[in-house]
Ligand binder design. Structure first.
Ligand code: NAD
Ligand code: UD1
Length: 355
């Protein structure tokens, strides 16, 4: 069958990973997930994380799951002894910006050290195709908008952002050292939303840092009100503008990247933005969520959040041209699907199993 090959997905039990695994299964890829469960829920009696169990039910296909920490090179090696891979999608990372300022060494150890471990094992096993989870954060404070892939990177405002930038630099050096490597670094803008079934979605640990999960928790009554970080930015209504992208569009971007890498025999390092190209303000997001949920979102304007930028949105034309990818879902879909997941499972994956 077409596309029948083993893809290793690191961090596949996380938010973006789980939706991508579903999209891979639906496109007839066979998938091995490794995850250390640092940010994924698994019932102690279950064999696999809850999100993977649900992905399997949605796809009616199975996924191989192995608990593995990428900071331990030996345990990655064991995975490569057991399975043969054609390509790796590397999601596993720590991602909380505030925490990265408190615990920078943990962030460098997992995000940079863990990636080097993975690359070492890939090299030893002659597997040289990688799809890397990068972020719009690598652009730092944008010089101009929309952001194109050839713009300067590296002026990051926090340790998390720097880990994403440093890994991109390592990947460029690696590709320059050996022409057999093929690396696509997908620079995500702001991933939001959930699978339309409401069975899988973003399940933040503790108080959400990001806007959309916070709004959703206010709507469902878990939090009293939203703090809007500043209304004195140079934007139409003064609040921050971002390029929100539906998680299912983001997931399909990974499948398109794998197909592109394989069918066009792509070599070297290539960065590709995954965004919609459209910016929405915090106040526009609140309005859209109120419409989708029929709930009022109480909010109050507070000080700017340190490290925040005013506006960020992608030029997504490269993804369109090279990967044959376009975003298909709008802001109303993003809010509707987030709300569907939030109200169905207010406690996230711990709320209980699929009916
Ligand atoms: P997530 O926390 O939901 O998923 C990451 C997964 O990696 C989790 O399941 C976690 O348990 C696992 N993990 C963490 N450390 C590990 C380790 N040492 N060994 C093995 N597994 C480990 O995060 P996400 O939102 O799905 O993000 C996935 C990737 O996308 C990350 O690399 C992140 O930096 C990047 N990214 C995310 C966003 C976003 O807004 N969510 C934006 C841009 C880039
Ligand atoms: C954050 C991270 C960034 C990461 C991105 C995607 C910071 C400084 N940056 O960016 O590294 O790549 O998420 O995961 O955290 N907002 C509020 N109230 C809230 C939360 C957010 O007003 O409670 C505003 C923010 O000021 C911003 C917008 O909403 O204008 C979006 O915020 P957020 O979802 O955290 O994403 P980013 O700031 O783009």
């Amino acid at each position: 069958m077409a596309n029948q090959c083993n893809i290793l997905v690191t961090g596949g039990a996380g938010y973006i990973g789980s939706h991508t695994v579903l999209e891979l299964l639906n496109n007839n890829f066979t998938v091995v997930v490794i995850d250390n469960l640092g940010n994924a829920y698994k019932d102690e009696k279950a064999e696999k994380p809850e999100c993977i169990i649900r992905v399997e039910k949605l796809a009616n296909k199975s996924v191989i799951f192995e608990e593995c920490d990428i900071t331990d090179e030996n345990s990655i090696e064991k995975i490569f002894e057991k399975y043969k891979f054609e390509c790796i999608i590397h999601f596993a990372a720590l991602k909380a910006v505030g925490e990265s300022c408190q615990k920078p060494l943990e962030y460098y150890k997992t995000n940079v050290g863990g990636t080097i471990n993975l690359l070492n094992v890939m090299k030893k096993n002659n597997v040289k195709k990688l799809i890397y989870s990068s972020s719009a954060t690598v652009y730092g404070v944008p010089e101009k908008l929309p952001l194109t892939e050839d713009m300067k990177t590296g002026n990051c405002t926090n340790p998390y952002g720097r880990t994403k930038y440093i890994v991109e630099e390592i990947l460029k050096d690696l590709c320059a050292s050996d022409p057999d490597w093929s690396v696509i670094s997908l620079r995500y803008f702001n991933p939001v939303g959930a699978h339309p079934s409401g069975e899988i979605g973003e399940d933040p640990n503790g108080i959400p840092n990001n806007l959309m999960p916070f709004i959703a928790q206010v709507a469902v009554g878990k939090r009293e009100m939203l703090h809007v970080y500043g209304n004195d930015y140079d934007t139409p209504d003064g609040t921050g503008v971002r390029d929100y992208i539906h998680i299912m569009d983001l997931a399909s971007g990974h499948v398109k990247a794998i197909i592109y890498q394989k069918t066009k025999n792509i070599k070297g390092f290539k960065a590709v933005n995954l965004g919609t190209g459209k910016g929405f303000s915090v106040l526009q997001m609140i309005k859209a969520f109120e419409l989708a949920s029929s709930k009022t979102i109480p909010y109050k304007i507070v000080e700017r959040r340190p490290g925040d930028i005013s506006s960020s949105y992608a030029d997504a034309s490269l993804a369109n041209k090279e990967l044959n990818w376009v975003s298909t879902k709008n802001i109303d879909d993003m809010c509707k699907d987030t709300w569907n997941w939030q109200k169905k499972y207010p406690q996230g994956f711990k709320s209980g199993s699929i009916q």
